[in-house]
Design a protein around this ligand. Structure first.
Ligand SMILES: C[S@@+](CC[C@H](N)C(=O)[O-])C[C@H]1O[C@@H](n2cnc3c(N)ncnc32)[C@H](O)[C@@H]1O
Length: 249
């Protein structure tokens, strides 16, 4: 319990979470630094998934990348600076977020613009940009998709159907999916924060049928309806959230 509540307390002090109804906190990485997740993910992940030896081009998608710090740190974690330039060219990340200001910051601070691209995009809207990116890179899918700390925001703002559509869409364009779903206690905290600010509740909070163990229900959907299966669990983050790796069957 402590982790989520602590974070929420910090958020309440540092900025106005009511102004971040999509989880688009302006200083997210000051209270959840990339290391919190990266310490659980092996630096050999791409080799482990069979992507580095002779693979032409490895494409990674970072869903809801906020200001891009985790995308950059993830890239550096998996592709060490010491590697040959030709190897670096083979791994590309596309990070996107619905918040254009966060994406501008990500673009301005991007240390590897030939490998990492940031674009503004709302995943709940039909958009050709992901397909365009895949076409440009001559691939029919992303090899690895990161969906970290995003599911709750799509769920609260777009309901059960929105959450399931998000998972289905990501499964349809990814070979592997690394998922960190926020647990139910975070939903309650997010809704409480909004109420405390005198704003109306998230549109869907009270009517959600997917509640309780959200990560488990996300897993069931991916396995039963999207042709994916869990191949690894990287344990739980310091915020008590599971990091699950799925693979398309
Ligand atoms: C809590 S932050 C997590 C950032 C990052 N994924 C991480 O784990 O470090 C959630 C991010 O998801 C973004 N987001 C929420 N709904 C989205 C949507 N429909 N499309 C794209 N981004 C979205 C928010 O703007 C926010 O930056």
């Amino acid at each position: 319990m402590a982790t989520c509540t602590k974070v929420n307390a910090e958020v309440e002090e540092k900025d106005d979470p009511g102004a971040a109804p999509y989880g688009n906190f302006i200083n997210y990485y000051t209270f959840n630094p990339p290391e919190n997740r990266l310490s659980l993910i092996p630096a050999t992940l791409l080799q482990d998934l069979g992507y580095k030896d002779g693979h032409q081009n490895t494409l990674i998608l970072d869903v809801g990348c906020n200001s891009g710090e985790l995308s950059v740190a993830f890239y550096k974690h998996l592709v060490p600076v010491s590697e040959e330039v030709s190897d670096r060219r083979k791994v590309n990340i596309l990070g996107f977020d619905l918040d254009e200001i966060l994406i501008e910051r990500a673009q301005q601070n991007n240390p590897l613009p030939s490998n990492i691209t940031f674009i503004p995009l709302d995943i709940t809207k039909d958009d050709d940009q992901l397909q365009d990116y895949l076409n440009q890179h001559g691939s029919s899918h992303f090899h690895l998709c990161l969906c970290l700390a995003v599911t709750m925001w799509v769920h609260l703002n777009h309901g059960d159907a929105g959450l399931l559509q998000l998972l289905s869409r990501l499964a349809s364009i990814s070979q592997h999916l690394l998922l960190e779903a926020q647990p139910w206690k975070c939903y309650r905290s997010a809704a409480r924060r909004l109420r405390k600010l005198g704003r109306s509740d998230f549109d869907h909070f009270k009517s959600l049928k997917i509640r309780g163990d959200v990560a488990e229900q996300a897993r069931e959907h991916l396995e039963r309806h999207c042709g994916m299966e869990v191949i690894q669990s990287f344990g739980s983050t310091t915020w008590d959230r599971k990091l699950l790796l799925f693979k398309g069957r």
